[in-house]
Design a protein around this ligand. Structure first.
Ligand code: SAH
Length: 451
């Protein structure tokens, strides 16, 4: 059963109590003036009128010259946020074990492909390959790896982490060979994954949250789209900032001071092509009462449908990790993140990471509509990691630690990944699996390794 989206965005999606009661900080503009992307967007809006939020988000994140992800490595302490694979090697290792269990559950196909969407620094893939290499049959069956990555900078980081061979350019992307001798290819678009009878195991860790979203409101005159207009918002009051987060390192709740913003959202006075079509695509939207607000990520549907069709036809599995509500539609969750703090998405475009809650049920709907697959989850990351044996793995790593400090570090990394209190990652991050239909229940989603 679909649950109705709650009207108040702050109550839906991620809410982190430990953060919400802390002293709010005013976020100041971190750029002294407009940047190139800001000028480009302002000019576009002048010429065409307000633009869809998804178009704005796409420019901010992946504009070929000034998009957030294009020219920088945003991870780690000196970056803007931290992710689970960057916190501990245990994360990628256990994802590797999960892929191994799925490969075993599908009768150990003699050839398979690994695909990762948005591989960041390549850390998850590196930990996964290192941990599964000892399973010789699995290692031998790994035919090739595809990395779906929009950022030239991160492609290079991934290559230097995973490969010793040089990276060569082909007509359709880059290629190299991993340190372990597996061919590895880079593509910019999910559409470029081969669909060819080879079982394909797909990982998407914090990829969906970067896909452009569109916002709509059900008014008494019908659905209306929220569009991005240039200039600060008309009035000068304070808006509550949306909640968290990539990683748990953000300490403060935020109030966004509106006059630092170079853009603002406004409701389209009349219908737009998207408002006519998108909210009608499923009854979970179309049946919402007047007053409802929703966020929709059509690219997320496309990716889900494409990976499901590959898995349904050729075998394999998808493992998706992200943050977002388990069973409601996200509302007003777009957030900017810079220097581990929440910032307005409408200040200095391209300088802050933008992300939005992932609609797990929309992924499920798209996958099931494609057919040939079963969807499991979402389950909370902490539960999944526990069923994968993170406790035992942490104990082994702690016992091998060279000194007390290193031991303490393993313990704190372990806690950071699994804990559920407050804003901890074990609860806000969720995992979902897409497997060929009628496969055994996957491990971590109610199934056991021996099934
Ligand atoms: N999975 C990594 C990185 C997450 S950040 C981790 O968890 O550490 C998001 C990643 O997706 C980055 O690698 C970014 O460059 C990539 N990305 C964002 N939007 C993309 C798009 N539209 N197409 C392909 N890659 C994209």
């Amino acid at each position: 059963m679909w649950k109705l989206a709650r009207l108040n965005s702050i109550k839906t999606g991620i809410r982190i109590p430990s953060i919400s009661h802390r002293t709010p900080t005013l976020i100041r503009s971190y750029s002294s003036g407009s940047n190139e992307l800001s000028k480009f967007l302002t000019e576009t809006i002048k010429a065409t009128g307000p633009i869809p939020l998804g178009a704005f988000m796409r420019q901010c994140l992946t504009n070929p010259s000034a998009g957030y992800y294009i020219n920088k490595d945003p991870f780690g302490k000196s970056g803007d946020f931290i992710t689970s694979p960057e916190i501990s090697q245990m994360f990628g290792e256990l994802v590797g074990v999960w892929v191994l269990t799925q490969w075993m559950a599908q009768n150990q196909p003699s050839e398979f492909r690994l695909v990762e969407f948005g591989p960041g620094r390549g850390t998850l893939m590196d930990d996964l390959l290192r941990s599964t290499r000892k399973f010789a049959k699995f290692d031998k069956a790994l035919k090739e790896i595809y990395m779906i990555e929009a950022s030239p900078t991160l492609k290079e980081t991934q290559w230097s982490k995973l490969c010793e061979d040089e990276m060569s350019e082909t007509e359709i992307g880059f290629r190299s060979t991993t340190r372990w001798g597996t061919p590895i290819y880079w593509r910019e678009n999910a559409k470029e994954i081969p669909d060819d009878n080879i079982p394909t195991f797909i990982i998407a860790h914090e990829f969906y949250d970067a896909l452009p979203i569109y916002q709509f409101e059900h008014t008494k005159d019908g659905w209306r789209e929220l569009l991005v207009n240039s200039g600060p918002p008309p009035d000068n009051s304070l808006l509550p900032g949306t909640t968290v987060l990539k990683g748990t390192s953000m300490e403060n709740s935020s109030l966004v001071k509106k006059d630092t913003e170079e853009f603002h959202l406004s409701i389209a006075p009349s219908w737009t092509p998207s408002s006519k079509v998108v909210p009608q695509t499923h009854k979970r939207y179309s049946e919402l009462p007047v007053g409802s607000k929703i966020e929709i990520c059509p690219e997320g549907w496309e990716v889900s449908s494409q990976i499901s069709s590959i898995i349904g036809r050729n075998g394999g599995a998808a493992f998706i990790v992200d943050y977002g509500p388990s069973d409601t539609i996200p509302v007003n969750t777009l957030r900017g993140i810079k220097d581990h703090k929440l910032v307005s998405p409408f200040t200095a475009p391209g300088k802050a990471d933008l992300s939005a809650d992932v609609d797990f049920q929309a992924i499920k709907v798209a996958a099931e509509a494609t057919g040939g697959v079963d969807v499991h989850g979402p389950v909370e990351q902490g539960d999944w990691l526990h069923s994968m044996g993170i406790g035992a793995r942490a104990s082994i790593l702690a016992s091998k630690a060279k000194d007390e400090k290193a031991k303490k570090r393993v313990e704190s990394e372990y806690r950071r990944l699994v804990e559920k209190s407050g804003g901890a990652m074990g609860k806000i991050y969720k995992v979902m699996a897409i497997v060929p239909e009628k496969s055994p229940q996957p491990v971590g989603f109610g199934g056991s390794v021996n099934e």
